[in-house]
Design a protein around this ligand. Structure first.
Ligand SMILES: C[S@@+](CC[C@H](N)C(=O)[O-])C[C@H]1O[C@@H](n2cnc3c(N)ncnc32)[C@H](O)[C@@H]1O
Length: 317
């Protein structure tokens, strides 16, 4: 396609997007891809149009099919190109005070980067509960990145996605470490959702993924229940405690209380699944456990973020 044609093609597609004619934009970019499958901009705008049309799985499938064909160098440049398109849309939404859509776009950009990260590092993750948290983690954990002697304690590691991300992005100094506690038996909800053979393979997947980080020596794996295992860990040792193990209200509360003494003053406690609420089954209601902790420790923590996750800073002993 000549430059002129490319320019005309981009501006026609942009016109459909600006007029919120997403179906027309989708058809337009698909046609463009058929005409010239090497003109990559059409793929990124097709992804954007699909996302705006709320066809998230189609957008993801489009992105994954491109990643599949890419070598490492292309993964990096193409990810940058797609992310630029998504961030431009997020900035446009912010300019018209549509902050909800802007947040969604930042989230999609994070998921696109996360897919690329997994491909580049050769990780094997089947389940992804983690990528949705990336915009928040990038914002609130950045001050720990590449600092010496940062220690993180993670409760609940599953296949290791959050641990691998921390190792690749935060614990990059040679003296930094992570301790991961997991029963590797899955939580109650996993036992209902996944078959036995998958659950049995999770610890092996964790080991494989940690080996892919190329810094397995930074990881201490503790197999067992956090409510038992945390009792023997060193006091005021951790810069961050990530609580993503059992989602029972009583277990989330116990993890937080046992973890309190382990975290340094100035350290962070991150709770997952704050939106995991079950008005008809209070025992399962993670939010109840987290709220009980937040209330009891209200004078000793500063709440930094409250959404799907809660992030607090420990401000005093
Ligand atoms: C949601 S997954 C963790 C996901 C992981 N942090 C990530 O982002 O990829 C929850 C994990 O907690 C573990 N778990 C459940 N109850 C536990 C307990 N009492 N002690 C330790 N681990 C537990 C499960 O085996 C499971 O691997």
């Amino acid at each position: 396609m000549s430059n002129n044609l490319e320019e005309r093609s981009s501006s026609n597609g942009a016109k459909y997007l600006a007029q919120q004619k997403y179906s027309e934009a989708i058809a337009f970019y698909k046609q463009g891809i058929e005409t010239d499958p090497t003109f990559m901009s059409n793929y990124w705008h097709l992804c954007l149009a699909l996302l705006l049309q709320e066809q998230e799985s189609e957008a993801m499938a489009t992105w994954l099919s491109i990643l599949e064909k890419a070598d490492i160098e292309k993964v990096n440049t193409w990810t940058l190109d797609l992310v630029k398109v998504l961030i431009a849309e997020a900035i446009r939404c912010e300019a018209v005070s549509d902050f909800k859509s802007a947040r969604k776009m930042y989230g999609y950009a994070a998921i696109a980067r996360s897919q690329a990260w997994k491909k580049v590092k050769g990780y094997e993750f089947i389940t992804d509960w983690f990528s949705q948290n990336l915009p928040i983690w990038e914002q609130y954990l950045i001050h720990l990145a590449n600092k010496p002697e940062i220690n993180i304690l993670e409760i609940g590691s599953w296949e290791g996605m959050s641990a691998c991300w921390l190792l690749d992005n935060i614990l990059t100094h040679e003296s930094s470490r992570i301790t991961c506690i997991d029963t590797f038996e899955g939580s109650i909800e996993h036992k209902l959702e996944y078959n036995d053979s998958y659950i049995k393979s999770v610890e092996e997947k964790f080991d494989f993924n940690i080996s892919q980080t190329k810094v397995p020596e930074k990881v201490t794996k503790i197999v067992g229940s956090s409510q038992d295992m945390m009792r023997s860990l060193p006091l005021t040792n951790y810069d961050m405690l990530y609580i993503d193990g059992s989602h029972l209200a009583s277990d989330a509360l116990t993890d937080a209380v046992l973890g309190w003494g382990l975290v340094k003053v100035g350290g962070l406690i991150v709770f997952d699944d704050y939106d995991y609420t079950f008005p008809d089954d209070l025992e399962q209601d993670t939010k109840i456990g987290i709220d009980a902790f937040l209330q009891a420790f209200c004078k000793k923590v500063n709440i930094i973020h409250q959404g799907h996750q809660v992030i607090v800073e420990k401000t005093s002993c």
